[in-house]
Design a protein around this ligand. Sequence first.
Ligand SMILES: Cc1cc2nc3c(=O)[nH]c(=O)nc-3n(C[C@H](O)[C@H](O)[C@H](O)COP(=O)(O)O)c2cc1C
Length: 199
Amino acid sequence: MCPSMLNDRSSALALLRTRRSAKPRDLTGPGPTPDEMEEIFAIASRIPDHGKLFPWRFVTVAEDQRDAFGALLRQALVEHDPCATIAHHQKEDDFAHYAGQLVVLVSAPVHDHKIPVWEQELSCGAAAMNLLLGATALGYVAGWVTGWRAYSERVRKAFCGPGERIAGFIFIGHPAREVEERPREPATPIVKSWEPPEL
Ligand SMILES: Cc1cc2nc3c(=O)[nH]c(=O)nc-3n(C[C@H](O)[C@H](O)[C@H](O)COP(=O)(O)O)c2cc1C
């Protein structure tokens, strides 16, 4: 698909057919306004949620908190990889300062509930997807990333309560360079007719 046809907002179907993530490092500001963020969170929350448990939360990291976020990542990196190079530390600081609005999506399942945690985690993934769609529908681009930081106990504790985990770091902004299509052909068939087992 030609880059100019990506993220076509002319209709709901066009957007669903052409939405493309952006690499957070390729974003430029500004991110959405507070009113737009409110709308994006409302759209992100309008998703299937078995048991109406709201098993996810959105944590925003403000522009003036990026230095603190960078310091947290650098401290966590020392524990994650004591041999990390200066370049790796710099990379984490760069990550913390990527342009646009940063939202940390927290998976917050209700444990020991009749609704399995797996289903609650699926709901969290749906929230992430709707957040990307909502941001793109408003004319922004967005990228959902994790990496070692999402699994660091130090970083987890800075954003999550007990039993919660980081589902992703989502950056929302404008593309500093043209968003390109990526290969979409799956290696294996993604749709097949059910073959009932022999009973
Ligand atoms: C849970 C999750 C974590 C991801 N983490 C990363 C990551 O750390 N780095 C990365 O380059 N892409 C990561 N991706 C992939 C991108 O978000 C995105 O799927 C990819 O760039 C293609 O986006 P698109 O198909 O929406 O255009 C992750 C995706 C998911 C679902």
